[in-house]
Design a protein around this ligand. Structure first.
Ligand code: HEM
Length: 151
């Protein structure tokens, strides 16, 4: 079960990153070029925030129930803080990812609230770029197994 859920969480990361990059490029293009905020622009931000939420849900399941790293760390949090690898998964990953999810959600609310197309693109560009930067900062890029989980 753990390996399967971790596999889903791992691969959804790539879909999320790809969609975030597409949404951000379109947002800057629309903002700077004064384009119309189309139905597909709107839908793509909804799908992106949905992916954030799915990652959150899966992440919580891993964090509290399945991951031997984090469930172990939760048993003795003080000890876990002394080991950078444990601290990374027990604190840094969850904290920064939660922050990025909150920022993405605020971005989506701002898009909904804005009336002008330019304001929608601006919110999309600013909030999703911030969220993306945070995600990129807390993905373990150096561990080959985690890059292409399952292969
Ligand atoms: C946008 C949100 C997130 C992204 C892009 C993301 C990405 C990742 C990636 C790439 C991994 C490594 C997967 C692998 O080993 O193949 C991972 C593992 C993990 N993530 Fe996330 N994550 C996100 C949110 C969260 C959240 C909110 C939590 C906690 C509530 C969480 C908890 C975990 C845990 C517990 C692991 C597994 C550590 C292990 O047992 O190896 N993640 N995540």
């Amino acid at each position: 079960m753990y390996q399967f859920i971790l596999f889903i969480h791992s691969w959804l990361r790539w879909f999320l990153l790809l969609l975030a990059i597409i949404v951000i490029i379109r947002a800057f293009y629309g903002w700077i070029g004064n384009k119309d905020f189309t139905i597909s622009d709107n839908k793509s931000t909804i799908y992106l925030v949905a992916l954030f939420h799915i990652q959150l849900l899966i992440g919580l399941i891993l964090y509290f129930f399945l991951s031997p790293i984090t469930t172990g760390a939760l048993h003795d949090f003080g000890m876990a803080m002394k080991y950078p690898a444990l601290r990374y998964w027990a604190v840094e990953h969850i904290f920064i990812m939660l922050l990025s999810i909150i920022i993405a959600q605020i971005g989506r609310i701002q898009i909904k609230k804005a009336h002008a197309d330019r304001a929608k693109f601006r919110s999309s560009a600013i909030y999703f770029t911030l969220a993306l930067v945070l995600i990129i900062s807390r993905i373990p890029w150096t561990e080959a197994e985690r890059m292409i989980r399952g292969f």
